[in-house]
Design a protein around this ligand. Structure first.
Ligand code: NAD
Ligand code: IPM
Ligand code: MN
Length: 373
């Protein structure tokens, strides 16, 4: 990010690469950009746009181009909608929209994926769980994002005498486990000092190594209480008593699954943001949800996961924690005033809430931002 002297005062500029993607990703993005523009008046944001996912397949024949990856590398931060959709589901695996996102994560080495699951108090009645189980819920899932079974080789489907055979490789190097563990321990140390590492060490050697390495790293963090949990139990505990968790650290696939589960505790998948960071401090910010083909194009998708991802962008990539908090306060205020997209309506229907669309929710956040100056 540049610091430039303009008329005697320091004004900051930042380059943001916007990758809207497909489905509700592309639908929400203009609203999220409107919100982000108003969230940090002190920083001049230069937005650049490029295609990814199905949109890039349609325009360029590949799910992400080298030119887009170069733009991402050069940007201060990347804000992404979501990729994928039924119209591209029959393509060979290496040409699917999702590969564009995986390549972006991998080539920028964005190994640390932070997925906070926080309950906004007014949404307790929208949670899948009883309100008393989720009151004040504040969990952080730290998902390893550039390794594990998502990227392991060999992979494929072959045809042999016994018929077709599909295979993937679940592999982690010690250094990959160690660096994500350190990120999780550092974050746990700044929070409540409790870390649960999730694995399947009773069955899979690769996660036996995961458990060993996390235990070794723990020696450098004697102020953090480390617990190990099998992934099946962790899934169960998340819906039984989620407040037992503070920070969870886990591999790529388990983190993918557990974060969708955690989302429903907060009311909706439409509420969960994420930040994917590399060792150099670069970041990709995207909602945890996908392109929601079942509701796309109807102005009913919840934009808050993307808007809250923009708040994470302010915090982690633009070093603007006050702007991030102001934006999070604006989201909380819009919810406190009873505004709800369809997915976060109270389970009982609720008489004191007002249903709004994607645009209405973004407008409400902008109004609360302007009031909080
Ligand atoms: P999904 O997250 O798109 O949707 C799951 C369910 O949650 C749907 O019923 C959807 O309507 C609802 N939902 C999701 N986001 C919402 C929001 N903001 N507001 C209201 N409701 C919301 O998952 P899926 O249906 O399994 O996948 C659809 C496509 O999205 C697939 O192509 C998949 O690969 C892709 N996907 C992409 C990402 C990403 O780009 N990061 C993440 C997940 C899925
Ligand atoms: C997510 C998504 C992606 C993943 C897909 C779209 C590649 O589900 O970000 O959670 O599995 O990581
Ligand atoms: Mn997912």
């Amino acid at each position: 990010m540049d610091l430039r002297r303009a008329g005697g005062r320091v004004s900051r500029r930042a380059r943001i690469l916007v990758l809207p993607g497909d489905g509700i990703g592309a639908e929400i993005m203009p609203h999220a950009v409107r919100v982000l523009e108003r969230a940090c008046p002190d920083i001049e944001l230069d937005f650049e746009y490029a295609s990814i996912g199905g949109a890039a397949l349609d325009s360029d024949g590949v799910p992400v181009t080298d030119a887009t990856l170069a733009l991402a590398r050069a940007a201060d931060a990347v804000l992404l909608g979501a990729v994928g959709g039924p119209q591209w589901d029959d393509l060979p695996m290496d040409r699917r929209p999702e590969r564009g996102l995986l390549r972006l994560r991998s080539e920028l080495d964005l190994f640390a994926n932070l997925r906070p699951a926080i309950l906004f108090a007014p949404l307790a009645s929208a949670s899948s769980l009883k309100p008393e189980l989720v009151a004040d819920l504040d969990i952080l899932i730290v998902r390893e994002l550039t390794g594990g079974i998502y990227f392991g080789e060999p992979r494929g489907v072959t045809v042999g005498n016994g018929g077709r055979r599909g295979f993937n490789t679940y592999v982690y190097e010690e250094r990959e486990i160690e660096r994500i563990a350190r990120v999780a321990f550092d974050l746990a140390r700044k929070r409540n000092g409790r870390l649960v590492s999730v694995d399947k060490a009773n069955v899979l050697e690769v996660t036996q190594l995961w458990r060993e390495v996390v235990t070794e790293v723990a020696a450098d963090y004697t102020d953090v209480a480390l617990e190990h949990m099998y992934v099946d139990n962790a899934g169960m505990q998340l819906v039984r008593a989620p407040r037992q968790f503070d920070v969870l650290v886990t591999g790529n696939m388990f983190g993918d699954i557990l974060s969708d589960v955690a989302a429903m505790l907060t009311g909706s998948l439409g509420m969960l943001p994420s930040a994917s960071l590399n060792a150099g401090g670069q970041g990709l910010y995207e909602p945890v949800h996908g392109t929601a083909p079942d509701i796309a194009g109807r102005n009913i998708a919840n934009p808050l996961a993307t808007i809250l991802s923009a708040a994470m962008l302010l915090r982690y990539s633009l070093d603007a924690p006050e702007a991030a908090e102001r934006l999070e306060r604006a989201v909380a205020a819009a919810l406190a005033d009873g505004l709800r997209t369809a997915d976060i309506m109270p389970q009982d229907g609720g008489s004191e809430v007002t249903r709004v669309g994607t645009d209405g929710m973004a407008n409400a956040v902008i109004e609360r931002l302007e009031e909080d100056r």
